[in-house]
Design a protein around this ligand. Structure first.
Ligand code: T4K
Length: 423
């Protein structure tokens, strides 16, 4: 079955095929959507407000290097989170690298393997060995007991990840870090706008790192930030972000170029004004998925704790053995419907290079990571998805389960013709 002929750049709004009670594409029908439906389609705030800011920065001829919009964004984020410092950075990965260096991490640092590769790479890139600890299969977050097992005399730090925006076991990690004298930081890339025990994420560990990449709930095109309540650390991070400059011709610290540009800050300032709108759209979609997939055996949707602040950015479905198709089969069926569901964060960092070569047996210590990574599929949400689009996606998943007996041979036939496998 050939994929519909679409231009990925043109699908700003999801467009549904006219015949919604049609056959599945894998069984010869038309794809459910004419255009590609992505996980991670960016949210866009008030265009006019953004464009006004763009005109203003063009007029001012101040494009980068700690400009007024970056400062305003930092103040806006710090106020929203209630933290003493927000340091805006050009992306989440460089923000992680700067934070890691600013905290003096070296040797070995314990991280989950079930995360985006940047968490591990930010360490490895600086000559630090990421040591992978297993996750709690219920929360998908790193298990503090597993972290404890990985501590060696070379360990200098722990980086927890608030995966899917749901907070890691902050207190247990903090307690372990203090007992072993380790620096604790959090990769909060998914967790802007989320809380832990009612307190905004941004307050925990020595510092927390956000990603504002286009695919994130709140975006600055590319971007990120470090939040901290530690004055000295903040001063060091600011220096490191700008080559260590402390004034004209005066370098007082080793540094890199991690500066956020003014146009990125303009997008961020505009997005800050629309955060509630973004959350509402995500929440509406999350509820629509829950309704649309309720009672479907073998599929469970990851829940957000209603007592906490959530951005609902990740619609995470777990496919277990009782679902009539495997996770990979379902993924292929969905891709043929032009719904580009994602297998985040399969297969786990430990199974990617260079870590696969460095630790060929790491999987033995990461059984829950391997199990969860093989079961998860992330579904599209965000402003560009309407409630009816969510209903269509859920309907396709239900149809795939109902038609599994016919779907399986059709998938095998694709493999035989050399067409098989999701994108
Ligand atoms: N730590 C964690 C836990 C993270 O999740 C991330 C990033 C980081 C650290 C690092 O932060 P950054 O340095 O990126 O700020 C995407 C994002 O690129 C990445 O930022 C994100 N995590 C990760 C979860 O998702 P890929 O490899 O899946 O990207 P890609 O190109 O496949 O895009 C995802 C989907 O989004 C595609 O179907 C297309 C769609 N898309 C993408 C862009 C850029 C759009 O519709 N519009 C767009 O502008 O990593």
């Amino acid at each position: 079955m050939a994929r519909a002929n679409v231009d990925p750049g043109k699908d700003l709004k999801v467009t549904k095929s006219p015949d919604s009670s049609r056959r599945l594409a894998i069984l010869g029908g038309q794809p459910a959507f004419h255009s590609l439906v992505h996980v991670g389609r960016p949210n866009v705030g008030d265009r006019e407000a953004f464009l006004r800011r763009v005109h203003s920065l063009l007029d001012s001829r101040w494009f980068s290097n700690d400009g007024p919009m970056v400062r305003e964004l930092e103040e806006g984020i710090a106020a929203r989170l209630g933290v003493r410092h927000c340091i805006a950075v050009c992306n989440g990965t460089i923000a992680l690298e700067i934070a890691i260096r600013g905290l003096g991490m070296e040797g070995e640092v314990i991280v989950p393997s079930y995360t985006f590769i940047a968490t591990a790479h930010a360490l490895y890139w600086q000559g630090i060995t990421p040591v992978f600890a297993d996750i709690d299969p219920h929360t998908h977050n790193v298990d503090p007991v597993a972290v404890e097992r990985m501590v060696t005399p070379r360990t200098t730090g722990i980086i927890g990840v608030h995966l899917w925006g749901r907070s890691a076991s902050v207190e247990a990690l903090q307690e372990g870090a203090e007992r072993h004298g380790l620096a604790l930081a959090f990769d909060a890339s998914h967790a802007f706008g989320c809380t832990h025990r009612g307190k905004p994420i941004g307050h925990f560990g020595r510092c927390e790192v956000f990603s504002f990449h286009a695919t994130k709930f709140f975006s600055t095109f590319e971007g990120g930030a470090i939040a901290t309540n530690d004055d000295q650390l903040a001063a060091r991070l600011r220096l490191m972000r700008n080559f260590g400059f402390a004034g004209f011709d005066n370098v007082i610290y080793p540094g890199t170029n991690g500066k956020m540009t003014e146009i990125c800050a303009a997008m961020g300032l505009t997005g800050l004004e629309s955060m509630e709108e973004f959350t509402l759209a995500n929440r509406r979609n999350y509820e629509a998925y829950r309704d649309g997939l309720r009672g479907l055996g073998g599929l469970s949707l990851l829940r957000y704790d209603e007592r906490e602040g959530n951005n609902f950015q990740y619609i995470v479905a777990e496919i277990d053995e009782s679902f009539p198709l495997t996770r990979d089969e379902l993924t292929e069926v969905m891709h043929l419907e032009n719904v580009l569901v994602r297998k985040y964060f399969w297969p786990g960092c430990h199974r990617m290079l260079p870590y696969r070569d460095l630790f060929p047996h790491a999987g033995l210590l990461l059984p829950e990571t391997e199990r969860v990574a093989a079961r998860v599929v992330v579904l599209p949400t965000g402003q560009s998805m309407r409630e009816e689009d969510v209903a269509t996606v859920a309907g396709v998943i239900r149809a795939a389960a109902t038609e599994a007996r016919r779907v399986r041979p059709a998938l095998s036939a694709r493999v035989a013709q050399g067409e098989g496998g999701p994108r």
